[in-house]
Design a binder for this molecule. Structure first.
Ligand code: ATP
Length: 259
């Protein structure tokens, strides 16, 4: 499908945010928007700068797994400079912002799979990657990388058939990527601003998780832990009740979860 490129002017024109997405760098094709964003962050770019690509040739998920970004989708990396105490909230901020933006623009209901995959009817519509550079007492930068399957025919991509979906596949019509990006910046700025003032986004994130109460297996390297996902803690970690009755805590970086 040939898809018109996003226009920088249409994304930022009249955008009602004060910093999120206001500086919008558009690439027709790039390796990964994380690469461009890292460079921007190292040059102390404005907070909320967004690096967008129509297509990525080396899109990555966590643990260097491949993330497919053919044309017609959203690949965007957003640079923030949060205080160190805010870091555990980044996974909640990013996944909740995507969920809210998709729901507002398309009317489709989203669920979150711990810690930050966004699903529609159990299939992944968005992957999120967070990269931070920190010092003992401060954060140099945080980059939130977001890949949303928008106008993608999943059936044309054997590698992700059965596990992924796209907004177009769900809606049976193309989605307006410009509207979705603008809404994403609005939702993210709202949540980030109230979060910095101390309002907890944890309860809303916890209540959006479809993982709790489900049997899960958590893989950490070669080790696999099986049990029931029982709860999440305010730092975002997941508590799994093992078959022997023990309660184990897993942090975001540790595991890959299979439902
Ligand atoms: P986790 O949920 O622990 O982050 P994950 O397996 O979902 O693990 P990610 O790192 O988020 O992995 O994303 C990479 C994986 O997502 C790939 O291994 C592939 O299975 C799948 N994938 C790749 N491209 C897409 C896409 N466009 N849409 C949905 N899924 C994709």
């Amino acid at each position: 499908m040939s898809e018109k490129h996003i226009s920088q002017e249409q994304v930022t024109g009249g955008l009602p945010t004060s910093y999120m997405g206001r500086r919008f760098l558009h690439h027709a094709i790039t390796t990964s928007t994380m690469d461009g964003a890292r460079q921007e962050a190292l040059n102390n770019c404005a907070e909320g700068t967004a690096v967008f690509a129509e297509q990525q040739t080396k899109g990555r998920g966590r643990l260097k797994r491949e993330w497919l970004t053919p044309p017609g989708n959203i690949a965007v990396s957003i640079i923030l400079y949060p205080p160190k105490s805010y870091l555990p909230n980044l996974i909640m901020l990013s996944s909740l912002s995507v969920k809210k933006a998709i729901e507002a623009v398309t009317g489709l209901a989203c669920q979150l799979k711990w810690p930050n995959d966004v699903l529609i009817k159990g299939k992944k519509v968005c992957g999120i990657l967070i990269e931070t550079k920190t010092q003992i007492d401060k954060v140099d930068y945080a980059i939130i990388g977001i890949g949303i399957n928008c106008n993608l025919h999943i059936e044309k991509h054997a590698a992700i058939q059965g596990i992924a979906t796209s907004l177009m596949d769900e809606l049976h019509q193309p989605v307006d990527r410009t509207a979705l990006l603008r809404q994403l910046f609005i939702e993210m700025e709202n949540l980030y601003t109230v979060g910095l003032k101390g309002a907890a986004i944890f309860p809303e994130w916890r209540d959006s998780l479809c993982t709790l109460g489900q049997p899960v297996s958590a893989r950490n390297g070669d080790e696999v832990f099986e049990g029931i996902a029982e709860a999440v803690q305010e730092d975002g970690s997941l508590m799994i009740r093992m078959k022997d009755g023990d309660l184990m805590r897993f942090t975001f970086g540790d595991v890959t979860l299979r439902g």
